[in-house]
Design a protein around this ligand. Structure first.
Ligand SMILES: NC(=O)c1ccc[n+]([C@@H]2O[C@H](COP(=O)([O-])OP(=O)(O)OC[C@H]3O[C@@H](n4cnc5c(N)ncnc54)[C@H](O)[C@@H]3O)[C@@H](O)[C@H]2O)c1
Length: 382
């Protein structure tokens, strides 16, 4: 380990994503031993001392802070990792970039395009390495889909469709705002399923199939009022509980997207499908190690959809893990993103999606919300 360069991490947040990212950093030594950089869990921050102290002990951080500004002021931090609710991303990212720190940020970049633009500007001005955790790109099956599409095997693309279905907010008694439920509070989240779930589908769609030019959307807020955990009062719900949109891609194909937290029975059903002239591909998060493919070039008598298990060592990332036939999980997508970030430092290239790239998804999300509110088609500006 002596010849390794240290990348000293300052983690902001101790929730779900702080756990997935911390696990990502901790797996590098064992599974990507050739990388020049070795992450060092230097400090972690959240507002409650008892909670952050326990998190630091559990995940192996050297120290903890209760004010994120102290993390940025510290000379022994190289990279700030932002795992806080959406309303905190901009302030932290801009301060970190201005202090010359590398910035890793959770998605969506911010609550709006106007809030995200100064983040991109600060990052670009500082010239610091950066990445945004649209981590589904790094599930081996999804990466393989990208490789197959880029090989030209599908020919001309006609359709792209994606869903992200959940069911956890159906109960009208569920409050909004504060710990754990900030996603239901429009002030903290910026939007509902559009920024939370569709952002992943949009990032994946544009990575796989190119830019989205314009959108036409409908949204619905099924539960109009919920008690706010901050005030204890019933307040209007400002988020979109469900969103459906269709769109034109730059390559001439049509897109169809749906996200909801009201699809009883579905927990995190992200599905994507792409239909080309010669072949189609589909994938879903509940069967994340499989790619389904229909190839029209197959022998007509046995032609049909085939389901391919993606665990062989010549498939993306899989040479790092176990033996063919044994699966990996959700957490590995974060390990892969950390590994790719470290490799990008070695190679001096950006680790996609960068802030600049994630701005494209932000623009589509905003066009979707504007379209639903104005009941009209909206250009994305891409
Ligand atoms: N990439 C993905 O698949 C994915 C999945 C879930 C969440 N996310 C994103 O990750 C971010 C965090 O989501 P989460 O699910 O981890 O949320 P969470 O509610 O589990 O955790 C948020 C954390 O931020 C901390 N926090 C809030 N305000 C703070 C402050 N002022 N200073 C320091 N800490 C503060 C909270 O204490 C908590 O530890 C969000 O932007 C979300 O959209 C991404």
């Amino acid at each position: 380990m002596a010849n390794k360069k240290e990348l000293r991490i300052g983690m902001i947040g101790t929730g779900l994503m702080a756990r997935t990212h911390s696990n990502g950093y901790n797996r590098i030594r064992d599974f990507f031993p050739e990388l020049e950089y070795r992450p060092v869990l230097k400090t972690v921050c959240s507002r409650t001392e008892e909670k952050v102290k326990a998190f630091a002990e559990q995940w192996g951080y050297d120290s903890y802070e209760t004010d994120w500004r102290k993390v940025i002021d510290r000379d022994d931090i190289d990279a700030v990792d932002i795992c806080t609710p959406n309303d905190m991303h901009a302030e932290i990212a801009i301060a970190a970039a201005e202090a010359g720190k590398m910035v890793l940020c959770e998605k969506p970049l911010a609550r709006s395009v106007a809030e995200a633009q100064p983040m991109v500007d600060a990052i670009e001005k500082a010239g610091v390495p950066n990445t945004v955790f649209y981590n589904y790109r790094r599930i081996p099956a999804v990466t393989l889909i990208k490789q197959i599409i880029d090989s030209g095997k599908l020919g001309k693309i006609f359709h792209y469709r994606a869903n992200f279905l959940q069911d956890w907010t159906i109960n009208p008694e569920l409050p909004q705002g504060g710990e754990a439920l900030w996603r239901l509070d429009v002030d903290a989240a910026g939007s509902g399923v559009t920024g939370d779930l569709l952002a992943h589908c949009i990032d994946g769609a544009m990575w796989l199939n190119g830019a989205i030019k314009d959108v036409s959307a409908v949204t619905e807020t099924f539960v109009k009022e919920r008690v706010h955990q901050g005030t204890g009062q019933k307040q209007k719900v400002g988020i979109d509980d469900a969103c459906i949109f269709h769109c034109h891609f730059e390559n001439g194909s049509l897109g169809l997207f749906e996200a909801t937290r009201y699809a009883r029975g579905h927990k995190a059903l992200y599905t994507l499908e792409i239909n080309g002239e010669h072949a189609s591909l589909r994938w879903d998060l509940h069967n994340m190690n499989y790619v389904e493919m229909f190839d029209h070039a197959d022998e007509p008598v046995t032609r049909g959809w085939k389901k391919v298990l993606i665990t062989d060592s010549d498939q993306p990332y899989m040479d790092r893990w176990w033996i063919p036939g044994t699966s990996i999980g959700y957490e590995h997508s974060f390990v892969h993103q950390v590994a790719d970030f470290l490799k990008s430092l070695e190679d001096g290239v950006p680790c996609e999606p960068t802030f600049k790239n994630a701005m494209m998804t932000q623009k589509v999300c905003e066009a979707v919300i504007n379209s639903a509110n104005s009941k009209s088609w909206q250009d994305t500006g891409l």
